[in-house]
Design a protein around this ligand. Structure first.
Ligand code: GSH
Length: 225
């Protein structure tokens, strides 16, 4: 079977989606907290291309990139399938995973946008959320995966958890607005689901962390090049 280690960071949405997958499957693992300002030689060894967390190390072999790690977990520990069995449903699940991954840069912009750019970044994020609200969550179940959490839910999980933090840090409404009833219901179901609810970083700790991180990035942005 081999020992399982996850190099990650407590505040990273990418790292947490892997934590959720491991926990849902009941896979014992060791969490290795990485300091992203001073990456460990081991992290650089395991992920020499992107030098990023998360990295899953299974039996000494590294798997990088959170969505690829989720697929790996699903293949190695299939006891609790993270993707639908039906090929058409599987394709639809992968479509929505790809959708939010493609929109990541758009959604990230709001974190360090200022002035007019902030309003434009908010508008672009809301557009993405509207598409998920209207087209992604129409299946009628509690989750993207119906009545059980699947890989799509895990990939979108940051929206359920980090959006609330972002709303507080940026002092603006994102999914809390009246136009997102389905997303709000899904987010509440996700945050309170068994296993997930015990593995969500503390809200206030994240607010403090993201405020500090935002200030650092804004300083970097305004520093003369
Ligand atoms: N596409 C990657 C993104 C991972 C990512 O952005 N990781 C961040 C932490 S949230 C990181 O390691 N940042 C360190 C750096 O960029 O140097 C994935 O899905 O795993």
């Amino acid at each position: 079977m081999g020992e399982v280690k996850l190099h990650g960071s407590w505040a990273s949405p990418f790292s947490n989606r892997v934590v959720w997958a491991l926990e849902l499957n009941g896979i014992p693992y060791e969490f290795v907290q990485e300091d992203l300002t001073k990456k460990s030689p081991l992290l650089l060894h395991y992920n020499p291309v992107y030098k990023m967390i998360p990295v899953l190390v299974h039996g000494g072999k590294a798997i990088c990139e959170s969505s690829i790690i989720l697929e790996y977990i699903d293949e190695i520990w299939p006891q609790k399938p993270l993707l639908p069995i039906d090929p058409l449903d599987r394709a639809a699940a992968r479509f929505w995973i790809k959708f939010i991954e493609d929109k990541e840069a758009t959604m990230r912009r709001i974190f360090v946008a200022r002035g007019e750019d902030k309003e434009e970044a908010r508008r672009a994020s809301l557009e993405v959320l509207r598409t998920v609200e209207e087209r992604g969550l129409g299946g009628g179940g509690k989750f993207f995966g119906g009545d059980a959490i699947n890989m799509v839910d895990l990939t979108y999980g940051w929206i359920a958890v980090w959006m609330k933090v972002l709303e507080e840090v940026l002092d603006m409404k994102l999914i809390e607005g009246p136009e997102f009833p389905r997303l709000q219901a899904w987010a509440e179901s996700f945050r309170t689901a068994a296993v997930i609810r015990d593995h969500i970083p503390d809200h206030q700790k994240m607010v403090i962390h993201l405020r500090r991180r935002r200030e650092e990035l804004l300083l970097l942005q305004s520093a003369p090049s």
